[in-house]
Design a protein around this ligand. Structure first.
Ligand SMILES: Cc1cc2nc3c(=O)[nH]c(=O)nc-3n(C[C@H](O)[C@H](O)[C@H](O)COP(=O)(O)O)c2cc1C
Length: 365
């Protein structure tokens, strides 16, 4: 079944879809996937399972934010064998996103460039969809990625984050605060320690003031790959001070020539050229946090070896987006099979034993 699906993807579906405008292709696929019935994938090998934030993940592989911004096709992610999916970025109010064109394929690099700017149905419609998926029996672990509306003035961004977290928190297994998309003006500035502290203290005032861990549901922050070591060190210190429960590393990059890509398209670059940088950031974050805060590693994952590399650098979970566009729906299954083979080769009984093994602080946390 799986090789047939791969063949169908490579020989028929991908060539057909790649003839369409990228956004149209995306819409066509999402519309088809939205109709996938609520069925679970075959059970995962127990060696791939792990406990995080008091929850069981059947496997460490997740769908990255941005592909299913409005939670339109959650059953499909469960059916494809993901251990979790991150929907969003969801904003409080619906918004159209940036003018088109705003999404480009770079097949020679197995990459995408986007400057979508969070188009979406807004938190009310998204909340209804999430409630409906749960009612229909979707049991997949779900992260909900939230961000501010484009027209929200800086002084009100904390209100947007608070509103989205409050509305969507009850249906999320974890919340990701996105302060790293390059396509919403000023958003990345919130990564600076003083700004991040201000944002989180205002958005989650009650929880921080009570001294409780701000973790119902667990709260993560998503970082950009375009931060230098000094910035990363300072941000990690602040993330620990604010008692975030996790870090998603990384979002898309603004780099081009530094990652071997020549392109004039504006926006965030994802896929293969991002992989090395994302892995370096995962490693740095792991070291700065001494392995005490779970990391979701994302950027350029398109094979079991890629996922394994992110885990060994310090990620507890791994996500992908662009890899799925190029490799097709058989990819999650292939990655899981490959991870089991890698576990056996390395003599590990569980995926948790691979986390951070390439770091000097191996075994911490
Ligand atoms: C078209 C597109 C849209 C994206 N939208 C979002 C988004 O809304 N929120 C977010 O946090 N990340 C978004 N991302 C970033 C991905 O979640 C991921 O961090 C990045 O693409 C790197 O992973 P990849 O190389 O596997 O694609 C988007 C990526 C792409 C390609």
């Amino acid at each position: 079944m799986a090789p047939l699906l791969d063949l169908l993807w490579q020989r028929v579906l991908r060539p057909m879809l790649f003839r369409l405008d990228p956004e149209l292709a995306h819409r066509v696929v999402l519309t088809l996937l939205a109709g996938v019935p609520v069925l679970s994938a075959p059970a995962d090998d127990a060696a791939l399972g792990l406990e995080l934030w008091g929850m069981r993940f059947a496997n460490p592989l997740g769908l990255a934010a941005g592909l299913d911004k409005d939670a339109a096709a959650v059953a499909a992610w469960q059916r494809l064998g993901f251990g979790f999916a991150e929907v969003g970025t969801i904003t409080p109010r619906p918004q159209p996103g940036n003018p088109r064109p705003r999404l480009w394929r770079l097949p020679e690099h197995r990459a995408l460039i986007n400057r979508l700017g969070f188009p979406g149905v807004g938190m009310e419609a998204a909340a209804k969809r999430l409630t409906r998926w749960r009612a229909r029996g979707v049991s997949l672990r779900l992260g909900v990625n939230i961000g501010p509306n484009k027209d929200t003035p800086p002084a009100r961004v904390a209100d947007d984050i608070a509103a989205a977290a409050q509305r969507l928190g009850p249906m999320a297994d974890f919340i990701v605060v996105n302060v790293s998309s390059p396509n919403t003006p000023g958003l990345r500035d919130w990564q600076a320690p003083d700004h991040l502290r201000d944002l989180i203290q205002r958005a989650f005032a009650g929880r921080v003031a009570s001294g409780a861990s701000i973790n119902r549901p667990p709260l993560l922050v998503k970082l950009a790959p375009d931060l230098d070591s000094e910035q990363l060190r300072a941000i990690c210190a602040t993330v620990m001070e604010l008692r975030f429960d996790g870090i998603v590393a990384t979002n898309t990059t603004l780099a081009r020539e530094a990652v071997g890509v020549r392109s004039d398209h504006p926006g965030g670059l994802s896929g293969q050229p991002l992989r090395a940088r994302a892995r370096a950031v995962i490693g740095e974050v792991y070291r700065h946090t001494e392995g005490r805060i779970p990391i979701i590693g994302v950027g350029g994952v398109a094979s079991a070896e890629d996922a394994w590399g992110h885990l060994c650098a310090g990620a507890s979970l791994v996500e992908l987006y662009t890899g799925l566009i190029y490799e097709g729906p058989g990819l999650p299954g292939r990655i899981k099979d490959g991870l089991i083979a890698l576990l056996r080769r390395e003599g590990h009984a569980s995926i948790t034993q691979a986390i951070g093994i390439q770091q000097p602080t191996a075994g911490a946390g």
